[in-house]
Design a protein around this ligand. Structure first.
Ligand code: ADP
Ligand code: MG
Length: 564
């Protein structure tokens, strides 16, 4: 008898959640198992093409579903890559990466807030979802190229057992022994042909390998014209057309959203779907998504940008980072092109001309979609800005401003006029006649900035001021240098030259009269200030500090706070 192993603590928690789930869409377990089966076939098929495996034929690759009413089992089999002992242990005994990890975070959050967790199924929770409907799960698997097969089993109590077994061919067979029916829940429903067909067409229609099942069909008796008989036939339940290959106008928002959440492990709908089909010197289809919320690890090193890459519908790799520029790293999605070599490796991606051409078009497409959103759906754009604006500002600042032209008209800042977000275009549009600079000032909050002594006079004279609150803002503007030929000017720095000739005269007269006083002040503040002046900057406030040209106070603060 093989030794029983315990699930990792976290896996155990997830498992408990699944077992006791009152989640109403338990049906998603089938989608999860089928998507794993499809991934496993993808991996094998990709190997067969790149390594010229002669014993793998695309036409044989499939997923099959079998049901046994008496035993109350539902079996999902794939002839994909399979798993060996270590992989069974690693993949099914612990919460794997991807989907499950994001779920784990969300679960912890929900627990803290004592929320009822109905987030299951809103995004990929993977293999464990089988335990929402099964009281026992048996996995039989043989890894392609290896001789020994293994049987993983768990009755969902506390652990699992792995032991050697017989298995013909390669791939994985998962047998679910369904829970007993109760008043509230009829698990045996999942054994009905009708229900299975409904679930496949709802969630797994686009899977690119046939999902087959034996069904009874009524067919004409041989030689007869009106007499029917029931026959068992093997039926393919999915259309096999990948979502991105379908006609845009036939795809519903819900299909786009479900596909996104399942494939890219998110639990909220995307805010924007970009589906484009390009034909010409280079042909490709791209299905891109802008997430509805900032991924929890977005501003950390852990976040990996990139798009899934397919060649003629064959999966090549996850997260090809060369396909999206750093400043659009929030974009998720996939690219399918017939012009890419299947043998392309990560190392080759950077040098592949086709890929570069696709990446540059994708960048333009994202940019134009964002501009379109900005012009036509301001509310949505501001939400986008809230989620990812910081990334765009970093984008301007990074690479010594190399990409500032792509980004400058997408930027937004708060302004003194209505204390709302405005674009640089909007600022320039309503500049006063003869105004040469775009004025800005930095501070912590809108209110604090608004009360700065420096702002008063500038606002009074009818000029608009950008209110900068993020650390990166000033660096971003310095990198831009100008926008539509208007240079940026910090109102708390250097000379503003906003005074009329008379005002200037009055100032110099006043300075002359108070010369002695100013000198005394300067002496009293030796080493603290470099100059004491009578200023035209002030109205109600008696004094203010200003920096000379060059580095502003705010920038100095940011630089000082940075680790060496
Ligand atoms: P995810 O699919 O997000 O990685 P899952 O919990 O669905 O998470 O699956 C965990 C892992 O188990 C997969 O990444 C894969 O390595 C492995 N796995 C699951 N089902 C199969 C299968 N049918 N064939 C081969 N490997 C599988
Ligand atoms: Mg999965």
């Amino acid at each position: 008898m093989a030794e029983k192993k315990q699930f990792q603590a976290e896996s155990k928690r997830l498992l408990d959640l699944m077992i006791n789930s009152i989640y109403t869409h338990k049906e998603i377990f089938l989608r999860e198992l089928i998507s794993n089966a499809s991934d496993a076939i993808d991996k094998l098929y990709y190997r067969s093409l790149t390594e010229n495996l002669s014993d793998v034929d695309r036409n044989d690759l499939e997923i099959s579903i079998e049901k046994a009413e008496d035993a109350k089992t539902l079996t999902i089999t794939d002839n994909g890559i399979g798993m060996n002992k270590e992989e069974l242990e690693e993949n099914l005994g612990t919460i794997a990466k991807s989907g499950s990890l994001a779920f784990k975070e969300k679960m912890a959050e929900a627990e803290k807030q004592d929320e009822d967790v109905d987030i299951i199924g809103q995004f990929g929770v993977g293999f464990y979802s089988a335990f929402m409907v099964a009281k026992a799960v048996d996995v039989y698997s043989r890894k392609y190229g290896e001789t020994q097969a293994y049987h993983w089993s768990s009755d969902a109590s506390d652990g699992y057992v792995i032991e050697p077994c017989e298995y013909e061919g390669h791939g994985t067979k998962i047998v679910l022994t369904l829970k007993d029916d109760s008043e509230e829940e009829k698990y045996s429903e999942y054994l009905s042909t009708f229900e299975i067909e409904r679930l496949i067409s709802k969630y797994s229609d686009y899977i690119r390998y046939p999902i087959k099942m034996e069904v009874e069909e009524s067919v004409l008796k041989e030689g007869s014209e009106d007499e029917y008989e029931t026959k068992k036939v093997i039926k393919t339940l999915n259309s096999m057309v990948p979502l991105w290959k379908r006609n845009k106008k036939d795809i519903t928002d819900e299909e786009y959203n479900e596909f996104y959440k399942n494939k890219f492990n998110d639990y909220v709908d995307p805010m924007k779907v970009i589906h484009t089909n390009v034909e010409g010197t280079i042909s490709y289809t791209a299905l891109l998504y802008i997430p509805g919320k900032t991924p929890y690890n977005f501003y950390s090193q852990e976040y990996e940008k990139g798009l899934q890459l397919y060649s003629r519908g064959v999966f090549i790799m996850d997260k090809a980072s060369e396909l999206v520029p750093e400043y659009f790293r929030f974009v998720k999605g996939l690219v399918d092109s017939q012009d890419l070599s299947l043998n392309i490796s990560r190392e080759m991606l950077q040098h592949d001309r086709q890929l570069k051409a696709i990446a540059s078009r994708i960048e333009k497409k994202i940019k134009s979609e964002l501009l379109h959103m900005l012009k036509n759906d301001r509310e949505q754009y501001e939400k986008f800005w809230e989620n990812f604006g910081l990334q765009l500002k970093y984008g301007v600042y990074n690479d010594y401003g190399m990409h500032k032209d792509v980004l400058s008209d997408l930027l937004m800042f708060y302004s003194s006029k209505e204390k709302k977000l405005i674009t640089l275009d909007e600022y320039v549009e309503r500049m006063k006649e003869g105004q040469e600079h775009i004025y800005y000032v930095s501070g912590e909050t809108l209110d604090k900035i608004d009360q700065l002594p420096q702002c008063e006079v500038v606002k009074d004279k009818g000029y608009e001021i950008l209110y900068l609150m993020d650390n990166v803002d000033e660096f971003c503007l310095q990198m831009l240098m100008n926008y539509k030929e208007k240079t940026f000017k910090n109102i708390s720095q250097g000379d503003l030259n906003l005074e009329s000739e008379e005002e200037k005269k009055a100032l110099s007269d006043a300075a002359e009269e108070n010369k002695a006083l100013l000198e005394d002040l300067k002496e009293a503040l030796t080493n603290k200030v470099s100059e004491v002046r009578i200023s035209a900057r002030l109205k109600q406030h008696p004094v203010c500090l200003t920096a000379a040209e060059g580095m502003s106070f705010e920038m100095e603060k940011v630089l000082e706070s940075m680790p060496d």
